[in-house]
Design a protein around this ligand. Structure first.
Ligand code: DAH
Length: 359
């Protein structure tokens, strides 16, 4: 009996010392001390021995059990420490590394200007409306009081698309004004919307690109008059350029969809090639506007006897050039990373009236 116990203990101690992981160690424990383990089975057999031998064997078995159990515990401790060391080694964090690098991209000046314009006008009570870039001839021209033969159509250098079967030619919208009609048809007055978006004309030189950006404004209510228009545009221009008491000039003009129509200039000075807004002898045109033509209201399903309003349209690219002192429009669309890094804005610095627009 003693020999058998000694053999089991020695073999098992060797195996325990050689166990490479916890699972292997567990298998040894089960094979010796488990319910059907070799030591356990020997203990169960003690009953068949005479009392003298039983006591001796019992003591030997208990001692063997204790030896094996403490060897297993010790080895388990070693293996767990090794596992933790390996884990710490593998998951090591170098706390001396710099924090997450600053984002490399920048916000395009057109996006920045659009966000600023929306922030200002939203604060004044306007909501943002949208329309499609591919527009029906009717919404882009006809409904805006420009019938087929109207000379103002010529000024728009329109991109025409192929006509649908039997239908009119769709166009790439030449301005954001068609959103006025679409919005009126879907929403009863009072109305107070702006519609920022892309616009297209077949025109390309220093100051024109085939795709550019506009914001349309439309206000319709019972007693809207030109004083509202002027006050609204003044407040907008002063907020956008961050200048109080900007000299403004409302010049009579012509647009088919407004009557009367005005172009708005703001005072500025040029010294060398530096432009300063809000002072000096010069004038810079920034937007077109007017009282909405009764025929346009009617085309939008609004009764011109009961409602009236004003509209305005401004070029975002041009406003961005003026505000951020960007001399050449074509850089906007070159996708030149150096240009974007120079003129772009920090991402996540969303302009708000409370957080601040760009100065
Ligand atoms: N749609 C005009 C353009 O692109 C701009 C414009 C002028 C819009 C006067 C208006 C307005 O709403 O009232 O040239």
């Amino acid at each position: 009996m003693d020999d058998r116990i000694t053999t089991i203990v020695n073999d098992s101690l060797d195996a325990i010392a050689g166990a490479g992981d916890i699972a292997g160690l567990d298998a040894i424990r089960v094979a010796t001390l488990g319910r059907k383990g070799s030591i356990t089975l020997l203990m169960k057999g003690l009953g068949t021995l005479d009392p003298q031998a039983r006591r001796q064997a019992g003591q030997a078995l208990n001692a063997a059990k204790d030896d094996l159990q403490s060897a297993i515990d010790r080895r388990r401790g070693e293996l767990e420490r090794q596992r933790l060391d390996a884990l710490l080694e593998a998951e090591r964090i170098d706390v001396t590394l710099p924090e997450r690098p600053a984002p490399g991209g920048t916000v395009h000046p057109v996006s920045q200007a659009t966000d600023e314009i929306i922030a200002i006008l939203a604060d004044m009570g306007f909501t943002v409306a949208e329309g499609p870039d591919i527009e029906d001839d009717w919404f882009n021209f006809g409904a805006l009081n420009m019938p087929e033969e109207h000379p103002a159509r010529q000024e728009h250098d329109t991109f025409y698309l192929l006509p649908a079967a039997g239908g009119a030619r769709p166009v790439l919208r030449t301005h954001t004004s068609p959103v006025q009609i679409r919005h009126m048809l879907d929403n009863p007055p009072p109305i107070r919307i702006i519609a920022p978006g892309r616009t297209y004309r077949s025109d390309s030189d220093l100051t024109h690109t085939p795709m550019f950006h506009q914001v349309e404004g439309l206000v319709i209510d019972r007693d809207i008059h030109m004083g509202h228009l002027k006050g609204c545009l003044r407040q907008f221009v002063e907020a956008f350029f961050g200048v109080d008491d900007v000299p403004m000039r409302f010049r009579p003009s012509y647009f088919p969809f407004t009557s009367p129509s005005m172009e708005v200039d703001i005072g500025c000075s040029f010294s060398g090639n530096r432009l300063t807004i809000g002072e000096g002898e010069g004038w810079m045109e920034v937007l077109g506007s007017g009282m909405v033509h009764p025929r346009v209201l009617a085309n939008g399903g609004v009764d011109p006897e009961a409602w009236q309003g004003f509209a305005f349209g401004l070029g975002i690219d041009r406003l961005a050039m003026l505000k951020y002192a960007i001399p050449d429009l074509r850089g906007f669309f070159d996708a030149d990373l150096r240009w974007l890094r120079h003129y772009g804005f920090r991402p996540l610095d969303v302009p708000t009236l409370y957080g601040g627009l760009t100065p």
